[in-house]
Design a binder for this molecule. Structure first.
Ligand code: SF4
Length: 301
């Protein structure tokens, strides 16, 4: 019987491929990856690699970011239908219309967006860098796309700026409610609640810590406490349990499961490497515009 993992590792070596996996991927995918990280970490690893092929185990916008930063490399997305509903909520045309309505504003685009949308924006950001990036811009007025919740969170942290928010949202994090938080607080009254800023503002207000995926992982691993409630996708809980089996991690809501992130199975990674599919193709204009927005993000310290 073929050992799928072994075959993947063989092909990875013979084809000089790099496998990048997001924290929200299934654990067996995280285990065969060269790098596991959040969107920002995957984008920077993709930029630094000398591999010939990059296999991105995540959703389409992540593979597009890898391609934008490495236009000469072959970037593969193992499952063609692995998309992000939030990224699909906004089009390049929407951005152009917003620019016409607010000609004096800079456009800050969350990395969870398509290459075409990034190309229409001035600068990208991640959930960990959004506040810093908004603060760094000379414009007072900022169009923040597409996540209304992350945008509202940044607006609360940078009151000197006027943020124009788009109405996009992550269906997974947006579903978390005050009642979910009240339920876990009733069961575990003294346990810290760590949440992602893609959650609604009223949920963030009830949390003990708000941070990106990597910030939540660092906080839970390095904190002196033994027990944590995790308010982001369930893959992060699996990762934490593996990294710190001596601590306890509980998921804030059972709805924190991203079906798109869970579409990739080991067999898909194997087929992807064997047949070199599905190749990410972008137009030169998309690559040029989006690269500028991503590189400006990477340059903001
Ligand atoms: S968790 Fe939300 S933002 Fe992330 S890929 Fe899934 S739908 Fe998109």
């Amino acid at each position: 019987m073929i050992n799928v993992k072994e075959r993947i590792l063989e092909l990875k070596k013979s084809k000089n491929a790099l496998i990048l996996a997001h924290y929200y991927q299934n654990m067996d995918i995280q285990e065969i990856a060269d790098v596991v990280g959040d969107s920002f970490e995957l984008a920077t690893k993709a930029k630094a690699t000398d591999a010939d092929i990059i296999v991105l185990c995540g959703v389409r916008f992540m593979a597009e970011s890898a391609k934008i930063l490495n236009p000469d490399k072959k970037v593969l997305l193992p499952v063609l239908s692995a998309g992000c509903p939030m990224a699909d909520m906004i089009t390049a045309d929407d951005v152009r219309k917003l620019r016409t309505s607010y000609p004096d504003a800079a456009v800050v685009c969350y990395i969870n967006s398509s290459a075409a949308v990034k190309a229409e924006s001035d600068i990208c950001c991640t959930s960990s860098s959004a506040e810093r990036i908004v603060r760094s811009l000379p414009q007072k007025r900022i169009i923040f796309i597409p996540d209304q919740n992350l945008g509202a969170y940044v607006a609360s942290k940078v009151p000197e700026k006027e943020l124009i928010l788009f109405n996009g949202y992550c269906p997974i994090h947006h579903k978390v409610s005050i009642s979910d938080v009240n339920k876990v607080k009733a069961f575990y009254p003294n346990m810290p609640i760590l949440v992602h800023p893609e959650c609604r503002p009223e949920v963030l207000e009830m949390a003990d810590m708000v941070g990106s995926t990597s910030q939540i992982i660092d906080y839970a691993l390095n904190g002196t406490g033994k027990d944590y409630i995790i308010g982001t996708e369930v893959g992060v809980v699996s990762r934490l349990r593996q990294l710190a089996p001596y601590k306890n991690f509980y998921l804030l809501s059972q709805g924190l499961f991203c079906p798109n992130m869970k579409k990739t199975a080991l067999a898909d990674v194997l087929f992807s490497l064997e047949q070199e599919r599905y190749v990410i193709e972008l137009t030169p204009a998309e690559i040029a515009g989006a690269e500028l927005s991503l590189l400006r993000m990477i340059d903001v310290k």
